[in-house]
Design a protein around this ligand. Structure first.
Ligand code: 6MZ
Length: 463
Protein backbone atom coordinates (compact mmCIF):
# COMPACT_ATOMS: atom_id res chain seq x y z
CA UNK A 1 0.00 0.00 0.00
CA UNK A 2 2.82 2.33 0.97
CA UNK A 3 4.66 1.50 -2.27
CA UNK A 4 1.49 2.30 -4.24
CA UNK A 5 1.13 5.58 -2.36
CA UNK A 6 4.75 6.43 -3.09
CA UNK A 7 4.21 5.69 -6.80
CA UNK A 8 1.12 7.84 -6.83
CA UNK A 9 2.98 10.68 -5.16
CA UNK A 10 5.86 10.40 -7.59
CA UNK A 11 3.54 11.36 -10.40
CA UNK A 12 2.61 14.62 -8.69
CA UNK A 13 4.70 17.70 -9.21
CA UNK A 14 3.51 19.72 -6.19
CA UNK A 15 6.10 20.55 -3.62
CA UNK A 16 5.94 20.89 0.09
CA UNK A 17 7.52 24.30 0.46
CA UNK A 18 7.13 27.59 -1.33
CA UNK A 19 9.85 29.52 -3.16
CA UNK A 20 9.62 32.16 -0.39
CA UNK A 21 10.24 29.58 2.29
CA UNK A 22 13.27 28.29 0.42
CA UNK A 23 14.56 31.82 -0.01
CA UNK A 24 14.12 32.53 3.69
CA UNK A 25 16.12 29.40 4.50
CA UNK A 26 18.82 30.44 2.04
CA UNK A 27 19.24 33.60 4.10
CA UNK A 28 19.84 31.71 7.35
CA UNK A 29 23.48 31.41 8.43
CA UNK A 30 23.84 27.63 8.46
CA UNK A 31 26.09 24.94 9.92
CA UNK A 32 26.73 21.72 7.98
CA UNK A 33 28.03 18.81 10.04
CA UNK A 34 27.35 15.77 7.85
CA UNK A 35 28.55 16.10 4.26
CA UNK A 36 30.60 13.46 2.40
CA UNK A 37 33.02 15.00 -0.07
CA UNK A 38 32.47 12.60 -2.97
CA UNK A 39 28.74 12.49 -2.31
CA UNK A 40 28.57 16.26 -2.73
CA UNK A 41 30.27 16.31 -6.13
CA UNK A 42 28.41 18.21 -8.85
CA UNK A 43 27.12 15.77 -11.51
CA UNK A 44 28.53 18.05 -14.22
CA UNK A 45 31.99 17.80 -12.66
CA UNK A 46 31.88 14.01 -12.81
CA UNK A 47 31.03 14.25 -16.52
CA UNK A 48 33.83 16.71 -17.19
CA UNK A 49 36.46 14.74 -15.29
CA UNK A 50 35.52 11.58 -17.18
CA UNK A 51 35.57 13.37 -20.54
CA UNK A 52 38.99 14.86 -19.79
CA UNK A 53 40.37 11.47 -18.94
CA UNK A 54 38.91 9.85 -22.05
CA UNK A 55 40.42 12.66 -24.12
CA UNK A 56 43.77 11.94 -22.50
CA UNK A 57 43.41 8.39 -23.80
CA UNK A 58 42.79 6.74 -20.45
CA UNK A 59 40.73 3.57 -20.39
CA UNK A 60 38.56 3.90 -17.31
CA UNK A 61 36.26 1.04 -16.41
CA UNK A 62 33.12 3.21 -16.46
CA UNK A 63 30.30 2.57 -18.91
CA UNK A 64 27.94 5.15 -20.45
CA UNK A 65 25.13 3.63 -18.43
CA UNK A 66 27.05 3.97 -15.15
CA UNK A 67 27.89 7.58 -15.93
CA UNK A 68 24.22 8.25 -16.55
CA UNK A 69 23.27 6.67 -13.25
CA UNK A 70 25.63 8.99 -11.39
CA UNK A 71 24.77 12.18 -13.24
CA UNK A 72 21.02 11.84 -13.79
CA UNK A 73 19.56 12.40 -10.38
CA UNK A 74 16.14 11.10 -11.34
CA UNK A 75 17.41 7.55 -11.08
CA UNK A 76 17.01 5.17 -8.17
CA UNK A 77 18.74 6.17 -4.93
CA UNK A 78 18.06 3.17 -2.72
CA UNK A 79 20.81 2.46 -0.17
CA UNK A 80 22.31 -0.45 -2.16
CA UNK A 81 22.26 1.65 -5.31
CA UNK A 82 23.95 4.57 -3.54
CA UNK A 83 26.95 2.49 -2.61
CA UNK A 84 27.27 1.27 -6.20
CA UNK A 85 27.14 4.94 -7.27
CA UNK A 86 29.92 5.84 -4.84
CA UNK A 87 32.05 3.08 -6.38
CA UNK A 88 31.47 4.60 -9.82
CA UNK A 89 32.31 8.10 -8.57
CA UNK A 90 35.49 6.74 -6.95
CA UNK A 91 36.42 4.98 -10.22
CA UNK A 92 36.32 8.38 -11.96
CA UNK A 93 37.91 10.58 -9.28
CA UNK A 94 41.27 8.88 -9.03
CA UNK A 95 43.63 11.83 -9.55
CA UNK A 96 44.81 14.36 -7.00
CA UNK A 97 43.65 17.12 -9.35
CA UNK A 98 40.12 15.68 -9.43
CA UNK A 99 39.99 15.44 -5.63
CA UNK A 100 41.21 19.04 -5.23
CA UNK A 101 38.70 20.29 -7.79
CA UNK A 102 35.81 18.53 -6.05
CA UNK A 103 36.87 19.82 -2.61
CA UNK A 104 37.13 23.35 -3.98
CA UNK A 105 33.69 23.22 -5.61
CA UNK A 106 32.02 21.65 -2.60
CA UNK A 107 33.28 24.38 -0.27
CA UNK A 108 32.18 27.05 -2.75
CA UNK A 109 28.75 25.46 -3.11
CA UNK A 110 28.19 25.41 0.64
CA UNK A 111 29.44 28.99 0.96
CA UNK A 112 27.04 30.06 -1.81
CA UNK A 113 24.23 28.44 0.18
CA UNK A 114 25.21 30.64 3.15
CA UNK A 115 26.89 27.94 5.21
CA UNK A 116 29.13 29.67 7.76
CA UNK A 117 30.65 26.48 9.18
CA UNK A 118 31.30 23.31 7.20
CA UNK A 119 32.59 20.07 8.64
CA UNK A 120 33.40 18.10 5.51
CA UNK A 121 34.13 14.40 5.80
CA UNK A 122 35.98 12.13 3.41
CA UNK A 123 37.64 8.70 3.34
CA UNK A 124 41.40 8.95 2.69
CA UNK A 125 42.18 6.52 -0.13
CA UNK A 126 45.31 4.52 -0.78
CA UNK A 127 45.41 3.76 -4.51
CA UNK A 128 48.96 2.81 -5.45
CA UNK A 129 47.91 2.17 -9.05
CA UNK A 130 47.24 5.94 -9.34
CA UNK A 131 50.20 7.05 -7.21
CA UNK A 132 47.88 8.01 -4.38
CA UNK A 133 48.45 7.41 -0.68
CA UNK A 134 46.04 8.28 2.11
CA UNK A 135 48.32 11.15 2.98
CA UNK A 136 48.55 12.52 -0.57
CA UNK A 137 44.74 12.23 -0.77
CA UNK A 138 44.36 14.38 2.36
CA UNK A 139 46.83 16.89 0.94
CA UNK A 140 44.75 17.08 -2.27
CA UNK A 141 41.56 17.70 -0.28
CA UNK A 142 43.23 20.41 1.79
CA UNK A 143 44.61 22.03 -1.34
CA UNK A 144 41.11 22.20 -2.81
CA UNK A 145 39.66 23.63 0.41
CA UNK A 146 42.38 26.27 0.61
CA UNK A 147 41.88 27.18 -3.04
CA UNK A 148 38.16 27.67 -2.44
CA UNK A 149 38.81 29.85 0.58
CA UNK A 150 41.26 31.95 -1.39
CA UNK A 151 38.74 32.38 -4.21
CA UNK A 152 36.02 33.32 -1.72
CA UNK A 153 38.32 35.83 -0.04
CA UNK A 154 39.14 37.45 -3.36
CA UNK A 155 35.52 37.46 -4.39
CA UNK A 156 34.52 39.14 -1.14
CA UNK A 157 37.18 41.77 -1.42
CA UNK A 158 36.53 42.70 -5.06
CA UNK A 159 32.91 42.01 -5.95
CA UNK A 160 30.26 44.67 -5.60
CA UNK A 161 27.02 43.58 -3.94
CA UNK A 162 24.77 41.80 -6.42
CA UNK A 163 22.20 43.95 -8.17
CA UNK A 164 18.52 43.12 -8.01
CA UNK A 165 18.71 41.69 -11.53
CA UNK A 166 21.44 39.31 -10.38
CA UNK A 167 19.27 38.31 -7.43
CA UNK A 168 16.52 37.49 -9.85
CA UNK A 169 18.85 35.33 -11.98
CA UNK A 170 20.07 33.54 -8.87
CA UNK A 171 16.49 32.82 -7.87
CA UNK A 172 15.62 31.57 -11.35
CA UNK A 173 18.61 29.27 -11.43
CA UNK A 174 17.61 27.91 -8.02
CA UNK A 175 14.11 27.27 -9.32
CA UNK A 176 15.54 25.47 -12.38
CA UNK A 177 17.59 23.29 -10.07
CA UNK A 178 14.46 22.53 -8.12
CA UNK A 179 12.65 21.53 -11.29
CA UNK A 180 15.48 19.11 -12.07
CA UNK A 181 15.23 17.37 -8.70
CA UNK A 182 14.76 13.59 -8.68
CA UNK A 183 11.17 12.65 -9.37
CA UNK A 184 11.17 10.46 -6.27
CA UNK A 185 11.94 13.56 -4.23
CA UNK A 186 9.16 15.55 -5.80
CA UNK A 187 6.84 12.68 -5.05
CA UNK A 188 7.93 12.49 -1.47
CA UNK A 189 7.46 16.20 -1.11
CA UNK A 190 4.05 15.85 -2.61
CA UNK A 191 3.24 13.33 0.13
CA UNK A 192 2.66 16.27 2.39
CA UNK A 193 2.00 19.03 -0.08
CA UNK A 194 -0.59 21.47 1.23
CA UNK A 195 -2.99 20.53 -1.55
CA UNK A 196 -2.74 16.86 -0.82
CA UNK A 197 -2.78 17.32 2.92
CA UNK A 198 -6.08 19.09 2.55
CA UNK A 199 -7.46 16.09 0.70
CA UNK A 200 -6.38 13.57 3.36
CA UNK A 201 -8.49 14.34 6.39
CA UNK A 202 -7.15 13.28 9.74
CA UNK A 203 -3.51 13.12 8.63
CA UNK A 204 -2.00 15.24 11.33
CA UNK A 205 1.50 15.38 9.86
CA UNK A 206 0.11 16.34 6.50
CA UNK A 207 -2.14 18.94 8.07
CA UNK A 208 0.82 20.31 9.98
CA UNK A 209 2.78 20.49 6.75
CA UNK A 210 -0.03 22.38 5.08
CA UNK A 211 -0.30 24.78 7.98
CA UNK A 212 3.45 25.31 7.99
CA UNK A 213 3.64 25.93 4.28
CA UNK A 214 0.90 28.50 4.45
CA UNK A 215 1.91 30.20 7.69
CA UNK A 216 5.65 30.29 7.45
CA UNK A 217 6.22 32.91 4.85
CA UNK A 218 3.94 35.42 6.44
CA UNK A 219 5.72 34.95 9.77
CA UNK A 220 9.22 35.30 8.34
CA UNK A 221 10.47 38.66 7.30
CA UNK A 222 14.16 38.17 6.69
CA UNK A 223 16.22 41.05 5.35
CA UNK A 224 16.54 41.34 1.62
CA UNK A 225 19.06 39.09 -0.03
CA UNK A 226 20.87 42.23 -1.13
CA UNK A 227 21.49 43.42 2.40
CA UNK A 228 22.89 40.05 3.41
CA UNK A 229 25.03 39.92 0.29
CA UNK A 230 26.43 43.33 1.14
CA UNK A 231 27.54 41.90 4.44
CA UNK A 232 29.04 38.79 2.89
CA UNK A 233 30.91 40.87 0.40
CA UNK A 234 32.28 43.14 3.04
CA UNK A 235 30.72 46.34 1.75
CA UNK A 236 28.46 46.67 4.74
CA UNK A 237 31.05 45.93 7.38
CA UNK A 238 30.15 44.52 10.76
CA UNK A 239 26.68 45.57 11.83
CA UNK A 240 26.28 47.29 8.48
CA UNK A 241 23.05 47.90 6.62
CA UNK A 242 20.39 45.31 7.07
CA UNK A 243 22.45 43.38 9.64
CA UNK A 244 24.94 41.46 7.61
CA UNK A 245 26.97 38.33 8.07
CA UNK A 246 30.27 39.46 9.51
CA UNK A 247 33.54 37.75 8.79
CA UNK A 248 33.74 34.39 10.52
CA UNK A 249 36.93 33.23 9.05
CA UNK A 250 39.91 34.59 10.90
CA UNK A 251 40.48 31.02 12.08
CA UNK A 252 42.22 28.10 10.47
CA UNK A 253 41.35 27.62 6.79
CA UNK A 254 39.17 30.73 6.73
CA UNK A 255 41.00 34.00 6.81
CA UNK A 256 38.27 36.20 5.36
CA UNK A 257 36.35 33.73 3.20
CA UNK A 258 33.12 33.95 5.20
CA UNK A 259 33.09 30.22 5.93
CA UNK A 260 35.04 28.17 8.44
CA UNK A 261 35.90 24.70 7.14
CA UNK A 262 37.02 21.68 9.14
CA UNK A 263 37.70 18.12 8.03
CA UNK A 264 36.66 14.76 9.42
CA UNK A 265 38.47 11.69 8.14
CA UNK A 266 36.12 8.78 7.49
CA UNK A 267 36.81 5.12 8.07
CA UNK A 268 34.97 3.09 5.42
CA UNK A 269 33.27 0.02 6.87
CA UNK A 270 35.11 -2.07 4.26
CA UNK A 271 38.42 -1.22 5.93
CA UNK A 272 40.27 -3.51 8.34
CA UNK A 273 41.66 -2.42 11.72
CA UNK A 274 45.08 -1.63 10.32
CA UNK A 275 43.77 0.61 7.60
CA UNK A 276 41.41 2.31 10.06
CA UNK A 277 44.32 2.90 12.43
CA UNK A 278 46.32 4.50 9.62
CA UNK A 279 43.46 6.98 9.10
CA UNK A 280 43.39 7.74 12.82
CA UNK A 281 47.14 8.38 12.86
CA UNK A 282 46.83 10.71 9.86
CA UNK A 283 43.96 12.57 11.50
CA UNK A 284 46.13 13.11 14.56
CA UNK A 285 49.00 14.41 12.40
CA UNK A 286 46.74 16.73 10.40
CA UNK A 287 45.01 18.37 13.33
CA UNK A 288 47.04 21.52 12.81
CA UNK A 289 45.59 21.72 9.27
CA UNK A 290 41.95 21.60 10.38
CA UNK A 291 41.21 17.88 10.86
CA UNK A 292 38.98 17.70 13.93
CA UNK A 293 37.67 14.17 14.07
CA UNK A 294 36.91 10.72 12.76
CA UNK A 295 33.74 9.40 11.13
CA UNK A 296 32.70 5.79 10.59
CA UNK A 297 30.64 5.39 7.43
CA UNK A 298 30.09 3.22 4.37
CA UNK A 299 27.67 0.49 3.45
CA UNK A 300 25.87 -0.37 6.73
CA UNK A 301 25.49 -3.99 5.65
CA UNK A 302 29.26 -4.49 5.53
CA UNK A 303 31.83 -5.20 8.26
CA UNK A 304 31.62 -5.50 12.02
CA UNK A 305 31.92 -3.06 14.90
CA UNK A 306 34.66 -5.09 16.67
CA UNK A 307 37.04 -4.22 13.80
CA UNK A 308 36.78 -0.43 14.19
CA UNK A 309 36.24 -0.12 17.91
CA UNK A 310 40.00 -0.21 18.80
CA UNK A 311 41.03 2.43 16.20
CA UNK A 312 38.09 4.59 17.28
CA UNK A 313 39.15 4.27 20.92
CA UNK A 314 42.67 5.29 19.85
CA UNK A 315 41.23 8.32 18.07
CA UNK A 316 39.41 9.34 21.21
CA UNK A 317 42.55 8.86 23.30
CA UNK A 318 44.38 11.14 20.85
CA UNK A 319 41.81 13.87 21.48
CA UNK A 320 39.91 13.58 18.20
CA UNK A 321 36.13 13.90 18.17
CA UNK A 322 34.12 10.96 16.88
CA UNK A 323 30.90 10.61 14.92
CA UNK A 324 29.40 7.28 13.84
CA UNK A 325 26.83 6.37 11.20
CA UNK A 326 24.39 4.30 13.23
CA UNK A 327 21.08 2.56 12.59
CA UNK A 328 20.86 3.39 8.90
CA UNK A 329 19.52 -0.15 8.59
CA UNK A 330 18.16 -2.47 11.28
CA UNK A 331 21.23 -3.63 13.25
CA UNK A 332 20.29 -3.63 16.95
CA UNK A 333 23.43 -5.31 18.31
CA UNK A 334 25.74 -2.92 16.48
CA UNK A 335 23.65 0.15 17.31
CA UNK A 336 23.67 -0.81 21.01
CA UNK A 337 27.49 -1.17 20.89
CA UNK A 338 27.79 2.21 19.19
CA UNK A 339 25.61 3.89 21.80
CA UNK A 340 27.63 2.24 24.56
CA UNK A 341 30.81 3.67 22.97
CA UNK A 342 29.35 7.16 23.49
CA UNK A 343 30.61 8.97 20.41
CA UNK A 344 30.46 12.77 20.33
CA UNK A 345 27.79 12.67 17.62
CA UNK A 346 25.76 10.10 15.71
CA UNK A 347 24.44 10.13 12.16
CA UNK A 348 21.03 8.89 10.96
CA UNK A 349 19.69 6.47 13.65
CA UNK A 350 16.66 5.75 11.46
CA UNK A 351 16.10 2.11 12.37
CA UNK A 352 16.06 1.97 16.17
CA UNK A 353 13.58 -0.13 18.09
CA UNK A 354 11.86 1.44 21.11
CA UNK A 355 14.53 0.27 23.56
CA UNK A 356 17.37 1.69 21.46
CA UNK A 357 15.36 4.85 20.89
CA UNK A 358 15.05 5.21 24.64
CA UNK A 359 18.80 4.70 25.06
CA UNK A 360 19.52 7.27 22.40
CA UNK A 361 17.31 9.87 24.09
CA UNK A 362 18.87 9.10 27.49
CA UNK A 363 22.36 9.51 25.98
CA UNK A 364 21.62 13.06 24.74
CA UNK A 365 24.20 12.46 21.98
CA UNK A 366 23.66 15.06 19.22
CA UNK A 367 22.22 13.54 16.06
CA UNK A 368 23.01 14.54 12.47
CA UNK A 369 19.77 14.16 10.50
CA UNK A 370 19.60 14.05 6.71
CA UNK A 371 15.94 14.16 5.67
CA UNK A 372 16.21 13.77 1.90
CA UNK A 373 18.97 11.18 2.09
CA UNK A 374 16.94 9.05 4.50
CA UNK A 375 13.84 9.38 2.37
CA UNK A 376 15.50 8.53 -0.95
CA UNK A 377 17.43 5.61 0.50
CA UNK A 378 14.11 4.38 1.91
CA UNK A 379 15.30 4.45 5.51
CA UNK A 380 12.16 6.47 6.36
CA UNK A 381 8.75 6.26 4.60
CA UNK A 382 8.07 10.01 4.17
CA UNK A 383 9.28 13.42 5.31
CA UNK A 384 6.54 13.96 7.90
CA UNK A 385 7.24 10.51 9.36
CA UNK A 386 10.97 11.20 9.75
CA UNK A 387 12.20 10.69 13.34
CA UNK A 388 13.31 14.33 13.36
CA UNK A 389 9.77 15.22 14.46
CA UNK A 390 9.78 13.05 17.56
CA UNK A 391 13.34 13.79 18.63
CA UNK A 392 13.03 17.52 18.08
CA UNK A 393 9.77 17.62 20.01
CA UNK A 394 11.45 15.69 22.86
CA UNK A 395 14.24 18.27 22.98
CA UNK A 396 16.91 15.83 21.78
CA UNK A 397 19.89 17.65 20.20
CA UNK A 398 19.53 17.42 16.41
CA UNK A 399 21.18 19.15 13.47
CA UNK A 400 19.91 19.23 9.88
CA UNK A 401 22.46 18.10 7.30
CA UNK A 402 22.65 17.16 3.60
CA UNK A 403 24.72 13.93 3.61
CA UNK A 404 25.41 13.80 -0.15
CA UNK A 405 24.08 16.94 -1.79
CA UNK A 406 25.23 15.87 -5.29
CA UNK A 407 23.92 12.32 -5.16
CA UNK A 408 20.59 13.38 -3.61
CA UNK A 409 20.18 16.69 -5.48
CA UNK A 410 19.67 18.82 -2.39
CA UNK A 411 21.08 21.80 -0.49
CA UNK A 412 21.21 22.64 3.20
CA UNK A 413 18.72 25.47 2.68
CA UNK A 414 16.37 23.03 1.03
CA UNK A 415 16.65 20.65 3.99
CA UNK A 416 15.69 23.54 6.32
CA UNK A 417 12.74 24.41 4.09
CA UNK A 418 11.58 20.80 4.06
CA UNK A 419 11.88 20.59 7.85
CA UNK A 420 10.00 23.87 8.32
CA UNK A 421 7.15 22.67 6.14
CA UNK A 422 7.00 18.98 7.09
CA UNK A 423 7.25 19.53 10.86
CA UNK A 424 5.43 22.82 11.13
CA UNK A 425 8.45 24.68 12.51
CA UNK A 426 7.99 28.38 13.13
CA UNK A 427 10.78 30.83 12.34
CA UNK A 428 11.95 30.86 15.96
CA UNK A 429 12.44 27.07 15.87
CA UNK A 430 14.57 27.34 12.72
CA UNK A 431 16.70 29.99 14.37
CA UNK A 432 17.07 27.82 17.43
CA UNK A 433 18.14 24.87 15.25
CA UNK A 434 20.85 27.03 13.69
CA UNK A 435 22.04 28.31 17.08
CA UNK A 436 22.16 24.87 18.64
CA UNK A 437 24.04 23.39 15.69
CA UNK A 438 27.02 25.60 16.56
CA UNK A 439 27.22 23.84 19.92
CA UNK A 440 27.49 20.41 18.27
CA UNK A 441 30.42 21.33 16.00
CA UNK A 442 33.87 19.90 16.67
CA UNK A 443 35.34 23.41 16.50
CA UNK A 444 37.41 24.79 19.37
CA UNK A 445 35.70 26.80 22.11
CA UNK A 446 37.21 29.98 20.69
CA UNK A 447 35.90 29.21 17.20
CA UNK A 448 32.49 28.35 18.60
CA UNK A 449 32.36 31.68 20.35
CA UNK A 450 33.13 33.45 17.08
CA UNK A 451 30.48 31.41 15.30
CA UNK A 452 27.92 32.16 18.02
CA UNK A 453 28.54 35.89 17.51
CA UNK A 454 28.24 35.61 13.75
CA UNK A 455 25.10 33.51 13.90
CA UNK A 456 23.44 35.76 16.49
CA UNK A 457 24.06 38.89 14.48
CA UNK A 458 22.88 37.27 11.26
CA UNK A 459 19.78 35.87 12.91
CA UNK A 460 19.00 39.21 14.52
CA UNK A 461 18.88 40.57 10.98
CA UNK A 462 16.37 37.85 10.07
CA UNK A 463 13.73 38.84 12.66
C1 6MZ B 1 26.94 5.64 4.88
C2 6MZ B 1 27.88 7.03 3.33
C3 6MZ B 1 26.60 7.56 3.00
O1 6MZ B 1 34.37 9.50 1.66
O2 6MZ B 1 34.63 9.21 -0.80
N1 6MZ B 1 28.78 7.66 2.56
N2 6MZ B 1 28.03 6.09 4.27
N3 6MZ B 1 25.69 6.08 4.61
C4 6MZ B 1 25.49 7.02 3.66
N4 6MZ B 1 24.19 7.39 3.39
C5 6MZ B 1 23.67 7.60 2.11
N5 6MZ B 1 26.78 8.49 2.06
C6 6MZ B 1 28.10 8.56 1.82
O3 6MZ B 1 32.46 10.09 0.14
C7 6MZ B 1 31.71 8.98 -0.27
C8 6MZ B 1 31.68 7.94 0.82
O4 6MZ B 1 30.93 8.42 1.94
C9 6MZ B 1 30.23 7.35 2.57
C10 6MZ B 1 30.52 6.10 1.76
O5 6MZ B 1 31.60 5.41 2.37
C11 6MZ B 1 30.95 6.66 0.41
O6 6MZ B 1 31.79 5.79 -0.31
P1 6MZ B 1 34.06 10.05 0.30
O7 6MZ B 1 34.43 11.49 0.17
Amino acid sequence: NQAAQRQLNCAQPQQLYSAELLRACQLLPKVELHAHLNGCVRPQTIKEILEERFRAGEALAVTEQQLKEVTVTASDRSLGKCFRLFDIIHAITTTHAAISRIACEVVRDFAADRTVYLELRTTPKSRPEYGMTKESYIEAVLQGVEQALEQLRQQRSTQPPPQPQQQQQEQESMEKQEAAMPSAQKGALATASPAEAASVPGTSAAAAAAAAASSYTSACCCPSAASIEEGLNGSGGEGGPGGCLPDVSEGQLGGGAGILVKLLLSIDRREDSRSAMETVELATRYRHRGVVGIDLSGNPSVGSWEVWQPPLAAARAAGLSITLHAGEVVAPRETAAMLAFRPDRLGHCCCLDSELGEQLRASAIPLELCLTSNLLTESVPSYPEHHFAELHAAGHPVVLCTDDSGVFGTTLSREYAIAAAAFNLPVAALHQLVRKSVEYTFASEEEKQRLRDVVERALAACI
